[in-house]
Ligand binder design. Structure first.
Ligand code: TUI
Length: 314
């Protein structure tokens, strides 16, 4: 067994988080991951508090194990969702795309462990001071909203400035990635794209198929001009958006293109107008399988690799 402070902290068997993917990570997927011994996380995305409450209750009906809620801080509903997480007493809140300081006290008072995503050393230091229980260091190989630094560069630097357990994220899809994150100093990992292939992940079949057919150069980053870079599959929509972005389209026109694009990908599989978020590791996602198998498989692979790292030293 890989021993990790993250397992002790949260009472989970494997130090594997399922990323809080907007429109995708619902109560059913989160429960399947938690039942499998990892930490399932319900994504709030831009959804209202009522949706998040419903998904928490669905998850709690399917598992007694700890679950988390991810709060996307750019959402207009972030404050409302923050309250729902506290009222429903989920065990863990993770945050993304911003600074959650103003909510920390409310969550801590509800006994919730707060584990923010950090994309820089400065944010890692701030969150350590603000009472986070652990940090997710997410590199720009990930899908969705991305920071500047890669996982390889970010994880060790975050580990160097905090005594909290660090969860590595971005570009991890199998045991090799897990082992690499541990060697860099992480005590846990978060996987997003790999869970798109989970049997319990209810994205449109066309989305799943695109992930299973993806190749190494199949993602791109758009949205830098408006200050919210996002990694997605290089589809017709992504290329059209990039053309508009660099071709002088107005901010309003870009915002209109992006509005509803995640939902169109997840629910309709719409190649023309949907934004299929995915990390650079998509090409390594080979088959559909139960979420619990993904959790167990990546940790068994990692254990095997970490167990023979001494091969390098004579
Ligand atoms: O949040 C994510 N991934 C996401 S959010 C999302 S929805 C979205 N829709 C439109 C525009 C933007 C996003 C899809 N995928 N990952 C966690 C993450 N957080 N990555 C990077 C960060 C981050 C960046 C800056 C965390 C903190 C931060 O702090 C900046 C500051 O000083 O506030």
């Amino acid at each position: 067994m890989v021993k990790s402070a993250v397992c002790d902290l949260l009472g989970i068997r494997y130090p594997v988080f399922q990323g809080g993917m907007a429109w995708i990570a619902d109560g059913r997927l989160a429960a399947a991951v938690s039942e499998g011994g990892g930490l399932g996380i319900i994504a709030a995305g831009n959804a209202p508090g009522s949706y998040v409450r419903e998904q928490i209750r669905i998850a709690k009906g399917l598992t007694q194990k700890p679950i988390g809620v991810n709060i996307m801080l750019l959402s207009p509903c972030a404050g409302e969702v923050a309250r729902v997480a506290a009222e429903e007493r989920v065990q863990v809140v993770t945050t993304g795309a911003g600074n959650p300081s103003k909510y920390m006290e409310e969550w801590r008072a509800a006994g919730i462990r707060v584990i923010p995503v950090v994309a820089s050393v400065a944010m890692a230091k701030l969150m350590t001071r603000c009472g986070a229980s652990a940090l997710i260091a997410e590199g720009g190989e990930s899908g969705g909203h991305v920071g500047e630094l890669t996982t390889m560069v970010l994880v060790p630097q975050v580990c160097d400035v905090t005594d909290l357990p660090v969860i590595g994220a971005g570009g991890i899809a199998d045991g090799r990635g897990v082992a690499a994150a541990f060697v860099l100093g992480a005590q846990g990992v978060q996987l997003g794209t790999r869970f798109l292939s989970a049997a319990e992940c209810s994205i449109h079949p066309a989305y799943k198929e695109k992930i299973l057919k993806a190749t190494d150069l199949c993602t791109m980053v758009t949205g830098k001009r408006l200050g919210h870079p996002v990694r997605s599959l290089r589809t017709r929509f992504a290329r059209d958006y990039a053309k508009a972005e660099f071709g002088g389209a107005s901010d309003e026109a870009l915002e209109a293109m992006a509005t509803g694009a995640l939902r169109r990908a997840v629910q309709e599989g719409d190649e023309e107008k949907g934004c299929f978020l995915a990390g650079q590791i998509a090409a390594m996602v080979k088959k559909e399988q139960p979420a619990a198998d993904i959790v167990r498989e990546v940790m068994e692979e990692a254990e095997e690799i970490l167990g023979r790292t001494s091969q390098w030293v004579s």
